[in-house]
Design a binder for this molecule. Structure first.
Ligand code: FES
Length: 225
């Protein structure tokens, strides 16, 4: 079995506003990614311990995430703190979410493979990056890497110089443009690619590049060649 990365990207930071939640999938595991009102990002299993409702359908109340179904509220540690049908109840410690470590680095929200994933294993910080966009494609990691390495960046005809920062994080450089690609394996040959670029890079052209890239990722390699 292929070992899973310790840290997986799950979203561009700018796509998850404070006091909102969204869903993400990493290697088949469904996750909720949410920000409390202070702006801190959290990643949990996307399943309420009560009746299994998706927590990504829920709503943020200050530093609690509330389930849409019966309104149970969980604090930032994942502990259930309030059950509306029993407002006086001292909620048992056993009612809690499955949480994962979370961190933000280089404009990306990363999910740890466990609650205790080591932040020292996150990619090194790169200053001065701006978001381009995320794209989703039915494609294997190997094919994505091959196409990223062969596809010229906007305004430069040569293939980019490719640097592998980690197994799911690469850097493409061509001319004055540097594109960072964090690759989220959703499972079963489904990927999400989260793109950040250096300040001063042609963001509009890179967004068009990303759109063309998505089409290439979903086209059989023989046709791409
Ligand atoms: S299913 Fe979440 S509170 Fe009931």
């Amino acid at each position: 079995m292929t070992p899973q990365p310790i840290w997986s990207p799950v979203a561009l930071s700018n796509m998850v506003d404070p006091s909102t939640s969204t869903g993400a999938v990493v290697n088949g595991a469904e996750l909720v990614v949410w920000r409390d009102s202070s702006g801190k990002a959290h990643v949990w299993e996307d399943r309420c311990p009560h009746r299994g409702m998706r927590m990504s359908f829920g709503f943020v109340r200050g530093d609690h995430l509330a389930c849409l179904y019966h309104g149970w509220q969980y604090d930032t540690a994942g502990q259930c703190r309030h059950i509306p049908a029993h407002p006086q109840l001292d909620v048992p410690q056993t009612i809690r979410m499955q949480t994962f470590a979370s961190a933000e680095r280089n404009g990306i929200i990363w999910a740890g493979s466990t609650t205790e994933a080591d932040p020292a294993l996150l990619p090194a910080e790169i200053a001065g990056l701006v978001p381009v966009r995320s794209l989703y494609a039915d494609c294997t990691m190997e094919k994505a890497l091959a196409i990223l390495a062969a596809t010229p960046l906007p305004g430069v005809s040569d293939a980019p110089k490719i640097e592998t920062i980690s197994e799911n994080y690469i850097s493409l450089t061509a001319g004055a443009t540097r594109l960072l690609v964090a690759i989220q394996s959703m499972g079963d040959a489904k990927l999400a690619l989260h793109l950040m670029a250096n300040e001063g890079a042609p963001i509009a052209a890179l967004a068009r590049y990303a759109q063309a890239l998505r089409l290439a990722l979903e086209t059989p390699l023989a046709e791409v060649a």
